[in-house]
Write a protein that binds this ligand. Structure first.
Ligand SMILES: [Zn+2]
Length: 150
């Protein structure tokens, strides 16, 4: 465990300077998935459905706990967007669907959009295997709002 530290590019866990995802040139360099913690990188990697890059914020905005933009790796994200010379075209905001996670996404949306990056958000919906009758109203409302073509 002593050798594990944050990747100097994305903040993911690694034993070397750059993590396996950032070091993989086969991955889609135009798409960055923004998550709160490195645990979420593992969760998304496990799906095998994402071939882009990551950016770990190291938390979420929480004014009541004294966590502002300067306490997260937001500057590092902006540096990646600017230094990439337009290579990063889409940012997928995968912060948690909590009040703080939403506030963080709204904040990131405005600053990333001003850099000309397409900003998307993970779809929210009904958990697989659940019964509509027992899904709470806000989840159902979000699933309706986020409906897609069949
Ligand atoms: Zn990395």
């Amino acid at each position: 465990m002593d050798r594990i530290h944050p990747c100097r590019i994305c903040g993911n866990y690694t034993e070397s300077g750059v993590c396996g995802v950032c070091g993989d040139t086969e991955r889609d360099q135009a798409t960055v998935c923004v998550v709160e913690s490195a645990f979420e990188v593992e969760s998304i990697e496990r799906t095998g459905q994402f071939r882009g890059l990551y950016h770990v914020l190291g938390g979420r905005l929480s004014p009541l706990d004294g966590v502002g933009p300067e306490n997260l790796r937001i500057d590092a994200l902006l540096d990646r967007v600017r230094d990439g010379g337009g290579r990063i075209r889409e940012a997928i905001l995968a912060t948690n669907p909590s009040v703080e996670g939403e506030a963080t996404a709204v904040y990131l949306d405005s600053i990333l959009r001003s850099q000309g990056v397409r900003v998307t958000r993970l779809a929210r919906g009904i958990p697989v295997g659940s019964d509509l009758e027992y899904v709470d109203g806000s989840t159902l409302a979000q699933a309706l709002a986020g409906r897609r073509e069949m």
